[in-house]
Design a protein around this ligand. Structure first.
Ligand code: ZN
Ligand code: MN
Length: 130
């Protein structure tokens, strides 16, 4: 596979991510990119998403037990995750002092703290299901 083709695939993936604010999963990005490049494979999409996240061009929003979501907006902002459907939204909040000061960490070296809000998205809040 030529470098040029890799670059075009990567550019399309980036463009797809920049065109939405929905924090899509790899499968959703695959669907978006396939409209413009019908023969792209899911593996190629995964590989390029990995590359783009390691280089810091996109954000990978990971949580144990949930599908990864991706964000083309790398500016500082926080996220809220819907407890029912897993959808992720942006939260713009004023910076505050850390809510927790670790007193002990049981054999871990703390490197970072990630804050994620949880709640219900508008469509889940309005639906009466379960
Ligand atoms: Zn929801
Ligand atoms: Mn975001």
């Amino acid at each position: 596979m030529s470098q040029t083709r890799m670059t075009r695939q990567r550019a399309l993936i980036l463009e797809a991510l920049h065109s939405v604010t929905s924090h899509p999963t790899a499968d959703e990005i695959y669907g978006m990119v396939r409209e413009k490049m019908p023969r792209i494979s899911l593996g190629t999409v995964y590989r390029n998403l990995d590359l783009l996240s390691s280089s810091g061009e996109i954000l990978c929003l990971e949580r144990a037990g949930a599908q990864k979501h991706f964000d083309g907006d790398t500016s500082p902002h926080l996220h809220v995750r819907c407890k029912r459907c897993g959808r992720i939204g942006d939260v713009h909040a004023a910076p505050a002092l850390p809510a927790f000061t670790p007193l002990s960490a049981g054999g871990f070296t703390i490197e970072d703290m990630e804050v994620e809000f949880t709640g219900l998205c508008d469509s889940c809040k309005d639906s009466r299901a379960c």
